[in-house]
Design a protein around this ligand. Structure first.
Ligand SMILES: Cc1cc2nc3c(=O)[nH]c(=O)nc-3n(C[C@H](O)[C@H](O)[C@H](O)COP(=O)(O)OP(=O)(O)OC[C@H]3O[C@@H](n4cnc5c(N)ncnc54)[C@H](O)[C@@H]3O)c2cc1C
Length: 433
């Protein structure tokens, strides 16, 4: 049998795996469904302006990602984001721009500030230890409960100005549809690190790695090939078969579920039933600059609507927007995001534009162009009791001969999770060949 390793997917996880294998002198071929590398690291380009339309930032504790950034000569391209000013709608719809810690305390009021202190003490300072980038242990106290149930002591100000915006921005859901485990993971990440981007967009990392590898684009995998119990290669949608000693599956869980043969029932069942957050983001390109220093807008204290978060890319990543004109993206969250996913682009744009009006009065008259970026998988949704299931799956998946999973989706959802999963998969290939 060929000693080649086949990596499915040219996202950052697949690139990390393939890069490590190539470095070790192994033969590796990457098969990618689309015509480009990057997966959920997406750069949109229009008239010389760029925006991040997938992953938004590299955190300072993404150690393995940063090693790749260095290895592929991109350290000079790192740009630290300031992300200083956020805007919140008050309960009456007034725009609040809290400045620094004092501004936050003033916005939260006495009860909200006390709730914040309680949360930070109980859940950050005294947090049980777990990896942010790998699901490696079950903590039932965190896993078995939704954020809504775990933090039901929270008063309205803390819930509306911290918990709801936090869940929306970081885990893509409301408080009922994510477990405490995942929420604490993301909160810790945001509160203890800073965010960076790359001069030419985050996709420049997987693109740089891909340029050194044998990547076959527009080659979606239909299924895995099996001989007895062992995975021996892949069959592409075109019917072509590629044989190899190992297959590394580095595509989103939903895509992985489709290529697993039916008779690998426990694996397929787990992947097919994994909950996710589809994300349809709407990018509005404006014909003029916007007079604001806020990079992010939240409306949760004022209203309950679908697109309740907006990013102002001209402030967030000015190095990517040389025109200086406003570029706004509108973000839905689960469960609304699942409803939006079924609408047409026109319907999604109309809804998003209406929801943006309160943040940016008159925006409808400034829009030059609008684009809907669909992430059909988006983010995985860590519902209560999912960590225990992930751990059981991992144990069982490790026993499948010839196949490795390099997946960010059940290991914390961050791009660093994908990189580390890719590196672990490569290490296993090397230890078994
Ligand atoms: C809107 C959004 C914002 C995010 N923001 C952040 C952030 O700020 N920070 C952060 O750390 N993470 C963020 N993430 C998560 C981050 O983008 C992902 O963790 C990471 O990019 C996943 O990398 P991956 O390689 O595991 O998967 P992907 O990037 O999804 O790559 C998988 C690849 O597999 C390919 N593929 C699929 N099916 C097949 C098939 N059958 N055959 C061959 N190829 C196939 C796909 O085309 C794709 O290129 C965000 C995600 C989204 C959607």
């Amino acid at each position: 049998m060929s000693e080649c390793t086949i990596v499915i997917g040219a996202g950052v996880a697949g690139m990390a795996a393939a890069s490590k294998l190539k470095e070790a002198g192994k033969k590796v071929v990457v098969v990618e469904a689309s015509d480009h590398a990057g997966g959920r690291m997406v750069r949109l380009t229009r008239n010389g302006d760029f925006v991040e339309a997938g992953a938004q930032g590299i955190h300072t504790n993404y150690t393995e990602t940063l090693k790749l950034v260095e290895k592929y000569g991109l350290t000079k391209d790192i740009i630290h984001q300031s992300n200083d000013q956020t805007c919140f709608l008050s309960r009456t719809g007034e725009k609040l721009f809290p400045a620094g810690h004092m501004g936050i305390f003033k916005m939260l009021g006495l009860r909200g500030s006390l709730d914040l202190g309680r949360f930070l003490t109980r859940h950050m300072l005294m947090m049980k230890d777990f990896s942010l980038f790998e699901t490696h242990r079950d903590i039932p106290e965190y896993d078995d409960i939704s954020v809504a149930d775990a933090l039901k002591w929270a008063g309205p100000a803390f819930r509306d100005f911290v918990l709801l915006p936090g869940a929306h921005a970081m885990v893509g859901t409301d408080l009922n549809h994510t477990n405490l485990y995942h929420f604490l993971n993301l909160m810790k990440l945001v509160l203890t690190t800073k965010v960076m981007t790359l001069r030419n967009g985050l996709a420049s990392l997987p693109e740089a790695i891909a340029s050194t590898l044998d990547v076959r684009y527009s080659s979606p995998v239909r299924t895995l090939l099996i001989d007895g119990q062992k995975i021996t290669g892949v069959e592409l949608e075109s019917g072509e078969r590629i044989h190899g000693s190992h297959v590394v599956i580095a595509c989103p869980i939903g895509a992985a579920a489709k290529i697993i043969p039916d008779h690998l029932a426990p694996t397929k069942d787990f992947l097919s039933s994994f909950p996710n957050v589809p994300l349809s983001l709407v990018y509005f390109y404006l014909d003029q600059p916007l007079d604001t220093k806020a990079y992010c807008y939240f409306g949760h204290a004022y209203r309950r609507t679908t697109f309740n978060m907006a990013l102002n890319h001209t402030v967030k990543t000015p190095h990517l927007v040389p025109s200086g004109k406003g570029i706004i993206s509108a973000w839905p969250c689960y469960p609304d995001s699942a409803v939006i996913d079924r609408l047409t682009d026109t319907e999604v744009k109309d809804k998003a534009l209406r929801d943006m009006e309160i943040f940016f009065p008159g925006i409808a008259g400034m829009v030059e162009h609008a684009y809907v970026q669909r992430h059909r998988w988006g983010l995985s949704r860590m519902e209560p009791r999912i960590h225990a299931k992930i751990l059981a799956f991992k144990q069982q998946a490790e026993r499948l001969p010839g196949v490795l999973f390099a997946n960010s989706d059940y290991d914390g959802v961050h791009m660093e999770s994908g990189v580390r999963a890719g590196l672990r998969a490569a290490a296993k290939v090397m230890s078994t060949s």
